[in-house]
Write a protein that binds this ligand. Structure first.
Ligand code: PLP
Length: 461
């Protein structure tokens, strides 16, 4: 324990320096594929090694292979920013090593999760009686939602296997995790309908209704609709109230994927994002995207916990209890249940709703300022409306020039942006959401974009 104590103090200092200024590292790792694999021994050590020695290798071999998601110039994917209170809570959770399989195997794991998820329901204006649990990712949460939908519409699935005629509806802008859920649960990609969007990338309810009618006429069984609040490419928001009308009328399960944008609903002025979502059967949002909680922490809410139990509950004799506590193992695939609620609790208490809302509000505002700069420059066009912290834009020109622009930005080593395709054209995407990103940093990005766009090799294309 002496080594742990001594080294632990040093490590906390290291982590504090890191969290204060991750800019001391390049945002993108510059190593080549296999460099780490080839840099480490092929076989594990026979004898134990000193922490000091392991840490030296961490700095020498591992750190260069890290792309820094905490970096204020990481603007590629939805932010996944860590925060000091969450890191401290992770240390405690690892030390406690509590596994909330059952209420009894660690009552605090279950009960803190119930409490924190109720706080969030209240902050987001969602129904206070929803069941919630924390899973690793939104992909897993959506998988659980679609499994529940399948049980709801086809209860025979549990014993007889899934019928081949179930259909799932989502938009052509939905995240690939929706398709993966359908593949995994035996709907088959053939039975996934990607409903067309309007010119603001929102699912069109009229096309959804038509698709359901068409499928019924063909003898298929419409089962589930997944709406997105904050799509991955543009952060567009599907018209959930109209989609909920259809889902209710047609008897479909409605799942809402609010993985990124859900966090913004803690701002009173962005509550509207979740309009109609209180009528959903389930909803996912990721505190590990925009709520200062490090990966992994995905919140899965469900209005029908009995359906989840029906889908997943299977209690072997060794896990039978009679204490009346709620057991998370009855509501999903994983048996083991990490104490993720601890870091969530630390973060919610440390910042408070106002503190978190202010961070998100600033980020939305500084994104708007950058967007206006881009819009005012005739060399560029904005490619999607966006009210949150993402900008999709492109140079007026070829896809090739836009790809070169993105390569130039990322190749500078100063920023990390992503690109995507909208309306068959390649566009650049800036996603703001890191705790340490400032207006000055976005101004610096603008100067870089401006200089690259004026450079000879780009303007020649
Ligand atoms: N849904 C949306 C809208 C997303 O943007 C993403 C990822 O960015 C996901 C789901 C998947 O999230 P996860 O990595 O937690 O599975």
């Amino acid at each position: 324990m002496r080594e742990f104590r001594e080294f632990g103090h040093r490590l906390i200092d290291w982590v504090a320096d890191y969290l204060e200024s991750p800019e001391r590292y390049p945002v993108l790792s510059t190593i080549q594929p296999r460099e780490i694999i080839d840099g480490l021994p092929a076989h594990g050590p026979e004898q134990g090694e000193a922490i000091e020695h392991i840490f030296e290798d961490f700095e020498r071999v591992i750190l260069p292979g890290i792309t820094h998601w905490n970096h204020p110039r990481f603007l590629a994917y939805f932010a996944n920013t860590s925060s000091p209170p969450a890191v401290l809570a992770e240390l405690l959770a690892a030390a406690l090593n509590a596994n909330g399989i059952l209420w009894k195997t660690s009552p605090a794991v279950t009960e803190l999760e119930i409490v924190t998820l109720q706080w969030l329901l209240h902050w987001m204006g969602l129904p206070g009686d929803w069941f919630g649990m924390i899973l690793d990712t939104a992909s897993t949460s959506t998988l659980h939602a679609v499994a529940a939908a399948r049980t709801f519409l086809a209860p025979e699935t549990r014993d007889a296997g899934a019928p081949q005629n179930l259909v799932l509806y989502t938009s052509e802008q939905a995240h690939s995790s929706v398709d993966k859920a359908a593949i995994t649960l035996g709907f088959g990609r053939r039975n996934v309908r990607h409903i067309g969007c309007d010119d603001e990338f929102r699912m069109r309810p009229d096309l959804l209704r038509e698709a359901i009618f068409r499928d019924r006429a063909m003898g298929l069984k419409p089962c589930c609709v997944v709406a997105t609040v904050g799509t991955t490419a543009t952060t567009s928001v599907d018209p959930v109230p109209a989609i909920a009308d259809i889902a209710e009328r047609e008897g479909l399960w409605l799942h809402v994927d609010a993985a990124y944008a859900g966090s913004a609903a803690i701002l009173p002025e962005f509550r509207w994002l979740l309009e109609g979502c209180g009528r959903a059967d389930s909803l996912v949002f990721n505190p590990h995207k925009w709520l200062m909680v490090p990966v992994d922490c995905s919140v899965f809410y469900c209005r029908r916990p009995d359906t989840l139990r029906q889908a997943f509950s299977l209690v072997p004799e060794i896990l039978r209890t009679a204490d009346g506590g709620m057991n998370f193992m009855d509501y999903g695939v994983p048996l083991g249940h990490r104490f993720r609620a601890l870091k969530l609790w630390f973060v919610l208490r440390y910042y408070g709703r106002e503190g978190l809302a202010q961070i998100i509000r600033d980020q939305i505002e500084m994104t708007r300022e950058l967007r206006e700069r881009i819009a005012a420059d005739p060399r560029f066009e904005l490619c999607a409306p966006s009210l949150l912290s993402v900008i999709c834009f492109r140079l007026r020109g070829s896809d090739e020039s836009n790809r070169l622009l993105l390569d130039g930005i990322n190749g500078s080593g100063r920023f990390y942006l992503s690109g995507t395709v909208l309306d068959k054209r390649f566009v650049l995407r800036i996603a703001v959401g890191n705790r340490l990103t400032t207006r000055d940093i976005l101004t610096e990005l603008w100067h870089l974009v401006d200089a690259l766009a004026s450079s000879d090799n780009l303007s020649a294309l």
